[in-house]
Write a protein that binds this ligand. Structure first.
Ligand SMILES: Cc1cc2nc3c(=O)[nH]c(=O)nc-3n(C[C@H](O)[C@H](O)[C@H](O)COP(=O)(O)OP(=O)(O)OC[C@H]3O[C@@H](n4cnc5c(N)ncnc54)[C@H](O)[C@@H]3O)c2cc1C
Ligand code: FES
Length: 261
């Protein structure tokens, strides 16, 4: 099977930073850039490389498109290492090379119910999805997170969608969250589509329950990426057809029954 995505909108554009804002601490950063010329599907991502990086760091960094409006492209980034630290220190007016929109994105109909399962920074691609959805009443979101809720763009999600957030500070919290997750998937399996994004342990648990309850579920993988253009093979995932596919150019949103996690 050919997984390669034909995306004629993909391009590399230099965009200027408009503003950088912080949620709670300086570890959670909203980056607003001048709007690119393309439109996107929620779940797609970009490769991000500031012009000031010159030859160091070498590789761009991948980030989900959090939101795109007529005024700005917005990314929501957690500072976890050197690249994201440098990104958090960018200043308005600096140039950033943005390669995108990449990946297949989520497939969703406005008139179908959807259960969104977001773990931590996995909330990023769902911000634009929820805010542009024609029928927010059809959305149910369960959000699991470690940092305080105020670190995430949770409050800005539409009021008329159903949403629940659970913070995990201990093993007990985590166990309780797993039970709620399982119950939600069981209850929802015959009602509509499930979309999920988050850390791999979170996706693995979701995959297990979705297979158990035969749910129509789609998982957005965040494999480590270097080139973002299918050249380095750093991001491959193994499918249940026993193929190795580059998640940067061929997915990264997989049907839950089609990928090994
Ligand atoms: C398709 C995709 C979408 C993503 N969307 C977002 C997003 O919207 N917001 C966001 O904050 N992050 C997102 N990430 C993760 C983000 O790309 C990494 O956190 C970032 O590249 C780390 O860069 P760094 O130089 O700061 O970290 P490094 O110094 O390279 O590494 C620091 C730590 O982060 C870990 N790390 C590096 N890359 C990843 C990764 N891909 N996934 C998980 N851990 C990683 C490393 O193992 C290490 O422990 C996404 C990743 C992918 C592949
Ligand atoms: S990141 Fe290089 S092949 Fe996918």
């Amino acid at each position: 099977m050919n997984h390669k995505i034909e995306n004629k909108k993909q391009r590399c554009q230099s965009l200027k930073v408009q503003t950088i804002t912080y949620s709670g601490t300086r570890d959670f950063v909203h980056v607003y850039l001048d709007p690119p010329i393309w439109d996107y599907v929620p779940g797609q991502f970009v490769m991000f490389r500031p012009g000031s990086w010159s030859n160091d760091p070498v590789w761009p960094r991948p980030f989900s498109i959090c939101e795109k409006t007529d005024d700005a492209l917005r990314l929501f980034i957690q500072v976890v290492g050197r690249g994201t630290k440098l990104i958090s220190c960018l200043r308005p007016g600096e140039d950033v090379d943005i390669w995108g929109p990449l990946g297949n994105g989520f497939s969703l109909k406005n008139d179908e119910s959807v259960l969104i399962l977001a773990g931590g920074m996995g909330i990023a691609p769902f911000v634009g999805l929820c805010k542009t959805h024609k029928n927010p009443g059809n959305i149910n979101l369960l959000f699991g997170h470690r940092a305080p809720l105020s670190s995430y763009p949770y409050d800005e999600l539409p009021e008329n969608m159903s949403k629940e957030a659970m913070q995990q500070k201990s093993m007990e919290d985590l166990n309780e969250f797993q039970l709620v997750l399982k119950q939600k998937i069981q209850d929802f399996a015959s009602k509509g589509r499930i979309l999920a994004c988050g850390p791999s342990s979170f996706l693995r648990a979701i995959q297990k329950y979705c297979l158990e309850y035969k749910a129509d579920a789609w998982l957005s993988l965040e494999n480590k990426m270097a080139c973002g253009v299918g050249a380095c093979l750093g991001c491959v995932a193994r499918t249940t057809d026993d193929e190795y596919v580059q998640t940067c150019t061929c997915v990264p949103v997989f049907s839950a029954d089609k990928v090994f996690l």
